[in-house]
Structure formats: C-alpha cells, structure tokens
Design a protein around this ligand. Structure first.
Ligand code: PRX
Length: 695
C-alpha cells in the first residue's frame, strides 16, 4: 500500500512558497452562477447528503428517486435510489424545445484551411438517433452491453458516446493517442464485442492512419480471449478513404454506409436506473494492468452538471472551450456530459495547442469569441515557452479559465492569469481524478479569492481530510504533508473497478477505514493516493501522487505498465521506471534496465524498448531516457530500489545506500547517468523525494 512515509513531518518544505490572494474580477462576480454565499450553509456537513438533491434537481428524471444516498453496502454507495433517467435525453432532447437551433458543438479541424463546422442541438439529436439505431438494430446492442470506442477528437466521438447512453449501452472510450494494443487490452477487460473507430485524423500536420490500430486491437483482444465481432469505422471525411488499412469483410463496416439504412430513424431514449453504469474509463494504478473505473448515470450526471454550472460558470450564452481530449475523464465530464446537460456551446478542437504555432488557441478564441477556457498546466507551460507574447496579439476576452490535472507552479499561473486571461478572468485550479468523476477541490469562482499554486478549498458538499500514516488527522496550518482523503461519499464517485470489487475496496477505502463492519459513511473515508498540505485558510495544495503513478502532462502512467512493456523485449532481464522532472510536462518516465547475459547491441535494445513502450501504451509514455545498467540497486531481499534511481535521475541525494545488497552499483549508475564531474544536487519536489518509498 502506498505511503507518504517520512515526508509527513514539518521539515518537508513544500516546493514553492505560499502565495497571496488574488481577488476575482468584479465584472465576473456580477454575473456569476455561484454568487450567493449562503449556498455554503446549504452544503454544510449537517445537510449531507440531502444537499445533493439540489444537484439532482438540475436533471430531468423519468421517475424520481426515493433515497438520496444508500450506505447499506459500504463502500458501494448508491445515489438517488429508485430514480430513472436517460443521460442522452438530458444532454440533447431536453434542449430542443427552446434551443434546437443553438450550436452544441463548433468543430475546429486542425488544418486552418479547413472551415469550422457547427452542429446544432437539433442536428446532434438527429445524428445521435441514427447512430443509436445502428448500434441497436445493426449491432444488436442492448442495455448493459459494453462497447469500446477508440477515436480521436472529431464530432463523431461525442455522437457515438451519446448514442450509447441513449440505448443504455456502457461506453468505454480509450484515448485516441493510445496504441491499438492498449485499446485491445481494455476492450477485452470490458468484454466488448463491438469496437468503434475513425479511419484517420490530423495531428501536428500529419494524417494518422487510425484504422491500423483497429486491427491490432482486435488481435490483442483475441489473444486475451475476447472476440470483437464488429468494428465500426467513422470516416474523417465522408466519401474519402484516408486510411490505407483494408477493411476486413464481415467484420469492419463504414458507419457512412450503415447509416444509409437508418436515415430519419428515431430511437426512444431508454430510461435506466440511476445506478446504471454510464461509462467505463480505464486508468493507471499501482499494478501492471489498467483498471476500469465504472461510473453511474444519475449521481455522475447530476454532479458534473452542477459543477460545470457553478465552478466553470457556464451560462447558455457562453462559448465554452475545454482543450482536453474527450478520451480522458476531463473530456467526459467537462466537454460532453456537464456542458451538454447545461445546453452549452462547446468548441471541439481536433489539433494540438501549438500547431502550426503557439498563437493557434488564441486565434480560435478570437474567431469564435470563446469566453470560458479550460486547459492543463502542461499546455500552459508549452504555450508560454513557445509564444509568451502571443495572447496579446489577439482580440479575445476570457471571463473564466480552468486548470486541471497537475500542480501548477505560481510562475505559470501568473502568466495564465495576466497574459492569457489579460487580468480579466477568474481562474479555478480544480483537483479531481478519473475516480472522482468531477471537481472536488477548487475555489468557488466568485466567492473565494484565488491563490496561485493552490487548488483551493473543498467544493460544496465535499469534506476532505489529511491523514498521517497512522490515520490521524493533520490539522490545517500545521505545515505537515499527508495523505489526501475525502470523508464523505459524493454523487459522482466511481461505483467500482469493473470485475474487481475487491481491488476497489483495497485501493480506495481499506487504508483509512475505521470499521469495516460499519454502514456509516463516516467510517469509510476515500483515499486519493495524492499527497497534500492544508494551509491555515483551508486551501489545499496538492503535492502529487503517493503511489507509483507518473503524471505526465496531466496523464496518468503506471510505472508497472511501462515496466511490463520493457520486459516484452527478450534481452531485458529487469526493468525499473521512475519519474523525472520535466520543465514542460511536469514529470516524464525514465527507464533503467539490466540485460540478460551476453547481449551486446545496446543501441538496438534501446530502440526496441522505446518501440515496445510506444506500441503497448502509446507515444505519451515515451521515456526521457533509457539507461542500460550493469545491475539495478536492490535490497537484501531482492527488491528493486526505485527510490534511488529516481534520486539519480533527478540529481537528488541518494541517501544512505549501505544496507543494499549491491551498494557499489549506485555510484556506478550515478556516474553513468550524471557523468564523472561534480554534481549540483537539486531540491526535488515532494513526489520525487517520496517516490518508491512504499516499496
Ligand atoms: O495527482 C493528481 C493529479 O492528477 C491525478 C488524477 O489524474 P487523472 O485521473 O488522470 O485525472 C486528471 C484530471 C482530473 C490526481 O491524483 N491532479 C489532478 N488535478 C490536479 C492534480 N494535481 C494538482 N492539482 C490539480 N488541480
């Protein structure tokens, strides 16, 4: 089990100093959705869980619920029990009477020469219905079935997700940049028999043949015992073959062709139980295998609708742009379900932020008059480095900006605030996770002052806590770091890990459970696997993961998953993966391997290792360095000491190594990585100092 071990004492300085407050602009406060301070009382601990009725009331229910929270089988909480609804109906149909002509999505292709494309709510409704008809009538999918969607950022991705939701099919979207192998493994775990692809897409000016991944995915799933009967392929451009990968007769079908048989078909939304699983989202944890986080329909949709309204301040007339990928939880909650449930106009951007240059996002913002902007610290750092003065060249005005996914250092925060936001926008730094479904820690944009580098206070109805290793609470203002936990359940907490209830309990609840027999939620705090410090003003600063997950550019990579990929190279005897601080991406993985005896062509092995990581996971896991070493540092019981390797890669003091089985190897590796000369030791961030301590 992960620990923060030695770092929970006050002698661990947080990496940057506590900043002063920045007040929200008066113009923002005047129009904010969350401007009434009395709301905090309504969401006080005494009013939990009934306070969340307010969130559920933002949805249209087919049948109302009778119990807000059922705790009879902890920690498998049930929300809005007895209620029935359809997520697609809430995101599409219910907006038609008043807003059918409104843009649901404005698709911005990567190439600036290709025009933007606007999809109204009425058009979304028609396309979702026709797609749902293909899924139901051609594929034979029924409520409760699962399908895997491996698609890039094109309109057909949210259309397909909503079509699944319409017929009660649980979707599992795999990030488009993940490899075919990664998609196939996830499809197999979810028991999907249908996979949905796009033929191709544009990225960094290149046309990517995505259909090629489908063939690999089907093969991978078959090797894991799961047959994919059908692969549906959306064309990036109707009528054009952009992929060179042949279609397999009887298995692969172009959606364009299938849809011809379902024109104008309407599919009634299936009314599902509030607890019906809406989607799966696979994420990395501390084992070699990604876990399928399963999210419910009612509680999830209620929470993301309300949090998009309050914390992102989405009003019907706003133009909202979340620059994340729908393939991650951010895109599910804050591109698709939250904003669409509110009837928002959403920008969907196919490309990367800095192509063809770092002015691209600001040109889009100017052209579409975007006023709410959501991105990650990595994108902010990247855009700042490549074009520090670009934002001021464009005439756009944001009222609100979000950052998410990793800690943002005050310097980047200030550039975001002063240069990107032109000092006019409020910023929310939102802490949450794939597992939590929605924002849990964030400033209330019109009510709380902002503080650079600090995610902020708890969201409404959320009661976080910081525990030391023994499960004692660490008080606000003590300066001591500890494990971030959440005392209470909330509506968008995941239901379970698919096929692995036991792992769900062990991973998130066992560590701080006060009484495993209790059915009182107070005995079951949620363990987030993040380290945090709570300042005297009740603002949380997130220090990073306390397990062996590396947060690269805001994306979770499991070190064990990367190590497993390395071990598929036959010459590799042992592998260890550690995080290295990166100026832009936050952390990136570095690989250390020991080879089997007699292997001499280290250049070839290095290339094979990089290829194995890219094909089994994806290019986002590409390592910063592959170090082929004579041996890995080990304890006397044979455990690899990743902590020491992380210290070497980050130029931090390796500490006492004399108790190792092979202490001499440490200096040898250090010289190999850092060179022979004198080394300036660095003061590393807390997650680097702590990395590997749990082993
Ligand atoms: O370490 C925390 C970091 O991202 C992890 C969750 O990653 P994922 O499930 O991929 O979801 C990312 C988008 C919600 C967390 O355990 N993290 C997330 N938000 C923040 C953050 N770290 C610091 N500040 C944040 N605002």
């Amino acid at each position: 089990m992960a620990t923060v071990g030695k770092t929970e004492t006050s002698d661990i300085a947080v990496h940057w100093k506590e900043e002063g407050y920045v007040q929200p602009p008066a113009k923002f406060v005047g129009q904010a959705n969350l401007a009434d301070p009395s709301i905090a009382d309504r969401f006080s601990l005494e009013n939990f869980p009934e306070c969340f009725r307010e969130y559920a009331d933002m949805l249209s229910w087919d049948q109302s619920w009778h119990t807000t929270l059922d705790t009879s089988h902890p920690p498998f909480w049930k929300w809005f029990v007895g209620g029935k609804l359809n997520a697609c109906y809430n995101c599409v149909d219910r907006h038609l009477p008043k807003h059918k002509n409104k843009a649901a999505f404005i698709f911005v292709p990567e190439a600036e020469t290709e025009p933007t494309y606007t999809l109204t709510y009425q058009e979304l409704y028609v396309r979702v219905n026709e797609t749902a008809a293909v899924l139901r009538d051609f594929c034979g999918l029924k409520p409760g079935d699962r399908v895997t969607i491996h698609m890039p950022m094109i309109l057909e991705l949210p259309i397909t997700m909503l079509a699944c939701a319409r017929i009660g099919v649980t979707h599992s979207v795999v990030f488009g940049g993940f490899s075919g192998e990664a998609a196939g493994t996830r499809a197999a775990d979810s028991g999907s028999t249908v996979m949905i692809y796009a033929d191709a897409y544009y990225r960094n000016g290149k046309l990517i043949d995505h259909k090629a991944s489908a063939d690999i995915a089907v093969k991978t799933a078959a090797a894991e015992g799961v047959t994919i009967d059908k692969v549906l392929v959306w064309r990036r451009r109707d009528g054009e073959d952009l992929s060179n990968t042949p279609m397999v007769p009887g298995r692969d079908f172009y959606m364009e062709e299938l849809l011809k048989n379902y024109r104008r078909v309407k599919v009634a939304p299936v009314s599902v139980d509030a607890e019906h699983p809406l989607f799966l989202m696979y994420t990395s944890g501390s084992t070699g295998k990604p876990k399928g986080c399963q999210h419910r329909t009612g509680g999830y949709l209620a929470y993301v609708t309300a949090t998009a309204k309050y914390y992102q301040d989405i009003h019907p007339e706003d133009v909202y742009w979340c620059m994340a990928d729908i393939g991650w939880i951010t895109g599910h909650s804050y591109i698709v379900y939250g904003p669409l449930s509110l009837g928002a106009t959403n920008v969907l951007f196919e490309g990367v932020p800095n192509y063809p240059d770092a002015g691209r996002p600001w040109r889009i913002a100017e052209q579409l008059d975007v006023n709410i902007f959501h991105t990650s610290p990595t994108a902010i750092r990247m855009l700042r480095k490549a074009g520090p003065n670009e934002p001021q060249k464009y005439n756009y005005h944001f009222k609100h900006m979000t950052t998410v996914g990793e800690p943002i250092e005050p310097e980047s925060w200030r550039w975001y605030h002063e240069v990107v936001g032109k000092g006019e926008a409020v910023i929310v730094d939102t802490w949450w996770q794939t597992e939590t479904g929605g924002f849990l820690i964030t400033t209330k944009p019109a009510l709380d002052p902002m503080k650079a580098g600090s995610a902020g206070p708890a969201a409404l109805g959320i009661f976080p806590v910081i525990f030391d290793e023994a499960g004692n609470e660490i008080a606000a203002g003590s300066g001591r770091a500890g494990n971030l936990g959440i005392r209470n359940p909330w509506p968008s907490i995941m239901q379970t890990i698919l096929n692995n209830d036991d792992r769900f309990v062990q991973q998130y609840y066992a560590k701080f459970c006060k009484n495993p027999k209790s059915t009182d939620w107070r005995d079951w705090p949620y363990f987030a696997s993040d380290g945090a410090v709570l300042a005297a003003d009740n603002y949380y600063r997130i220090l990073g993961r306390v397990d062996d997950v590396i947060n690269t550019a805001g994306h979770r990579l499991g070190t064990k998953e990367i190590e497993s990929a390395c071990l598929t190279v036959p010459q590799v005897a042992e592998a260890a993966v550690v995080p290295v601080v990166d100026e832009i991406k936050g952390r990136v993985p570095a690989i250390y391997v020991a080879l089997k005896p007699g292997v001499t062509d280290t250049k070839q092995v290095t290339e094979d290792i990089i290829r194995a990581v890219e094909t089994m996971i994806g290019k986002i896991a590409r390592p910063k360095g592959v170090h082929i070493v004579a041996d890995l540092p080990k304890t006397r019981s044979g455990k690899i000491m990743r902590r020491i390797l992380a210290a070497i890669s980050n130029r931090v003091d390796t500490g006492d190594v004399t108790t190792l089985a092979n202490p001499e190897i440490v200096e040898q590796i250090r010289k190999q990585v850092q060179g022979d000369g004198p080394v300036d030791l660095q003061d590393a961030p807390e997650d680097i100092k702590r990395f590997g301590e749990q082993e």
